[in-house]
Design a protein around this ligand. Structure first.
Ligand SMILES: [Zn+2]
Length: 424
């Protein structure tokens, strides 16, 4: 009985890919800047929508790791330990990203905690390459991180030029020990962990000896996880973030402060210490909505280094990654995004698109009866050199799905293509 009722009330549903005749062209409001999608550069629109986290697919930054072995080393690095060190710090760094913390500052703040939508993934040159490299060298300037004096090389790019792998598409992370001479001399040398983040590489100077220790039982004790916060901080620079305590970082939700490493009994650190990832502090556990939006914006923007570093998962169709706009829900996408599956616009639902949306090969947009796909100056396309399927309209006896295009909006690179001239 139930089945019979369902069929009789809905009638038969016809499914057809759209042609020109199915598109409703609307006169939109004029766009400033000669029709360019200026609004798509408003970073605030790149803050992930916490009601619909699947609308902001996770981004994966490709990383590789480099270590050095030098005759003067005071630590027992080798290939196995390099793998162990990498796995430990990578796992903990990603874990810290997954736990984005509430901001400590300013005291009493109500800054929302938004999930961080990026992670790191190891990338080699091919299937037989795990992306972890150990280099043998006798050159001090290659093997060691020197932050002071004549041999200062912390900002030098030489090591990246010589040892970098997939230099324009993988973030190369170099781990150095401080120079053994400086450590032994006990002169004024800062042996603390520190680092530098460039667009395509990160250098970390660590007292590696302390993190890889051989116990009296002969077993290695690894403490790489303790450096995960620092790694996230340096990668934060690579992803376009500045320090917050002392500089104009372009974010109102990251206050300036005296940069307390920890909270202490006496002023000025007796009130609270920062926990922001881009400050110097013990936890480096929080990114604000503004900081997240800057990273997500960089990752969505063509020709930026941050985008080049991404694993382009949006080029492979994953049926499980479909996005469903629920019945009578209205969703507006005012930022560009790269999707990995179909979009399904349910009955009475509306999806408004005003920036670029990339659909993978094999994916389609389904607009069910009474549903609306409204392309307001946006572009739905494939950014991988392939074609996506197209827009599939569902029609029943009463109504059908609607596709509206305005403000020079467009549908491009479809298998089932439409052939229209965009509105003036
Ligand atoms: Zn820094």
């Amino acid at each position: 009985m139930g089945l019979f009722f369902f069929v009789s009330s809905c009638g038969e549903v016809q499914k057809v890919f759209i042609t020109d005749k199915d598109i409703v062209f609307e006169q939109g409001s004029p766009i400033p800047g000669n029709g360019k999608m200026d609004d798509c550069e408003v970073k605030q629109y790149y803050i992930p929508d916490t009601n619909n986290m699947d609308h902001t697919p996770m981004r994966y930054v490709r990383v590789n790791f480099h270590y050095f072995i030098h005759p003067k080393d005071l630590h027992p690095m080798n290939e196995d330990l390099a793998i162990q060190f990498t796995n430990e710090i990578l796992k903990t760094s990603n874990y810290k990203l997954s736990l984005n913390a509430k901001m400590n500052l300013p005291v009493g703040n109500k800054t929302p905690v938004i999930p961080i939508r990026y992670r790191y993934v190891l990338a080699g040159e091919n299937e037989n390459d795990n992306g972890i490299y150990v280099h043998l060298t006798e050159e001090d300037e290659m093997a060691y991180y020197n932050n002071t004096g004549k041999k200062k090389n912390m900002f030098s790019q030489d090591v990246f030029k010589r040892y970098g792998v997939r230099k324009n598409e993988v973030l190369n992370i170099f781990f150095f020990s401080h120079p053994p001479d400086s450590i032994n001399a006990k002169k004024k040398y800062n042996m603390k962990s520190q680092g530098v983040g460039f667009n395509y590489f990160v250098k970390m100077g660590l007292p590696i000896k302390e993190f890889i220790q051989k116990g009296s039982d002969g077993l290695i004790k690894m403490h790489a996880a303790s450096q995960a916060g620092l790694l996230n901080h340096e990668i934060g620079h690579s992803l376009g973030l500045a320090h917050t305590w002392n500089s104009e970082d372009g974010c109102e939700d990251t206050p300036k402060h005296p940069n307390c490493w920890n909270r202490t009994k006496s002023p000025p650190c007796n009130i609270a210490a920062s926990n922001n990832m881009m400050d110097y502090n013990a936890t480096k556990a929080a990114l604000t909505p503004c900081q997240i939006s800057k990273v997500m914006y960089n990752m969505a923007t063509d020709r930026r280094s941050q985008r080049n570093l991404l694993d382009p998962r949006w080029c492979n169709f994953d049926p499980s990654k479909f996005i469903r706009i629920a019945p009578y829900e209205v969703v507006e996408w005012k930022s560009s995004r790269d999707l990995e599956g179909d979009i399904i616009i349910e009955e009475g639902a509306e999806l408004h698109i005003s920036c670029t949306v990339s659909m993978p090969k094999g994916a389609k947009i389904v607009v069910k009866p009474g549903g609306i796909l409204n392309i307001k100056g946006g572009m739905i396309t494939n950014l991988c050199g392939d074609r996506w399927e197209g827009v599939l309209l569902y029609k029943n006896k009463k109504q059908k799905g609607t596709v509206i295009v305005s403000n020079d909006g467009s549908l491009q690179n479809m298998v089932h293509k439409v052939d229209y001239l965009p509105t003036e």
